[in-house]
Design a protein around this ligand. Structure first.
Ligand code: SF4
Length: 345
């Protein structure tokens, strides 16, 4: 492993990592996915990757991440090689080949505290910090993380936060938007504002969104709300906020479900959907992503209507996708809320 130059200060990350360790070492993690998707012209970043030889049938997130690294001339990228995406391994090889410093981080194959502790120790050694220092950062972030859980509760319980706001703030918790203090202040302001809002109508459909974050998040959530349906559970986005922190850093990242088996995710998903009185599920899959195969498991295990949507590199909902969503909502409305029939489209 290469220890990054401390003058660099920012380290690009390919997915949620134990950011407490980076912060303790004096580095600012920057989630490359968030930079890619927030860009006003994300196609440009994909084009950078394709010009350098990334194939057309490679996931857009991987190409977008690569485009961000090149355009921003990032010095160091922390690549998660186990627990996220097999494509990241080859992305890391290409980045190294192009002269970037890369650090690899592997989640244990199973949520095992001892192995998680070893993985954290190895990351701390690489970055030149200690787990005691990272644990202090964890304590500092506690207030911010509990505000995120409050935001989530205001979404599904009080109905005063939109599904998109919920998505955006939770997804950005992977790197706390590049500035944890400003992020926390912004969150406090939003919560105060939301508490003054009237709640969403009680007769709207309540949906769960499961799967990796979509390439067309804003469009999707807004389109749903335009059709009297709202997302009250953004599964993986919520996981990025560490909803089950346990008593230590190792426990926190062991309880984080995303890196592990789909069955660990399912336990979280079914429990939350029950609690949130969800009427139907949108499972988003990214084109060319291995996680899409998990749709078989979800359809066999979730006793609610499921709509599977696949996105690639269109950053807005196509008319075809809109029609499928409308048909799904119509079906849920016709079948009555909370029908719990295993219907699917
Ligand atoms: S969507 Fe799938 S293929 Fe794309 S980066 Fe994420 S895990 Fe990898």
């Amino acid at each position: 492993m290469i220890r990054p130059d401390r003058n660099t200060k920012t380290i690009g990350i390919t997915t949620t990592i134990p950011s407490e360790v980076l912060l303790a070492a004096g580095y600012q993690p920057v989630d490359l996915n968030n930079v890619f998707i927030a860009d006003s012209n994300p196609e440009r970043l994909i084009n950078i990757a394709e010009r350098d030889g990334f194939p057309l049938n490679c996931c857009s997130w991987i190409k977008g991440i690569y485009g961000v690294c090149k355009e921003r001339r990032l010095d160091t990228v922390l690549c998660v090689t186990t627990g996220d995406c097999s494509n990241t391994i080859m992305l890391m090889e290409v980045l190294k080949h192009k002269g970037f410093n890369t650090i690899d981080f592997a989640y244990p194959p199973q949520p095992d505290m001892k192995r998680m502790q070893e993985a954290l120790q190895s990351l701390a050694d690489t970055l030149g910090t200690t787990l005691e220092a990272a644990s202090r950062v964890r304590d500092e972030l506690r207030a911010c993380r509990s505000l995120l859980m409050k935001l989530d509760e205001l979404t599904w319980k009080e109905g005063v936060v939109s599904g998109f706001e919920n998505h955006l703030w939770l997804v950005n918790s992977s790197d706390l938007n590049g500035d944890r203090h400003e992020y926390q202040r912004g969150l406090q302001t939003l919560l105060a504002e939301c508490r003054k809002r009237p709640p969403y109508p009680k007769d709207w459909l309540r949906l769960a969104y499961i799967g990796v974050p979509p390439v067309y998040a804003q469009d999707l959530h807004k389109f749903l709300e335009g059709n009297s349906a709202r997302v009250v559970f953004n599964e993986i986005q919520r996981q990025f906020a560490m909803p089950d922190p346990g008593n230590s850093l190792a426990e926190q990242y062991t309880r984080y479900t995303y890196p592990y088996s789909i069955h660990h995710r399912l336990r979280d998903i079914t429990g939350e959907m029950e609690k949130r009185h969800v009427d139907g599920v949108i499972h988003y899959v990214q084109a060319f992503c291995h996680r899409g195969i998990g749709d078989i498991v979800f359809r066999g295990s979730i006793d609610l209507p499921i709509l599977t949507l696949e996105g690639n590199d269109e950053f807005f909902l196509s008319q075809h996708v809109k029609t499928r969503i409308e048909a799904f909502i119509d079906m849920l409305q016709r079948n009555g809320k909370h029908s719990r029939k295993a219907l699917s489209i």
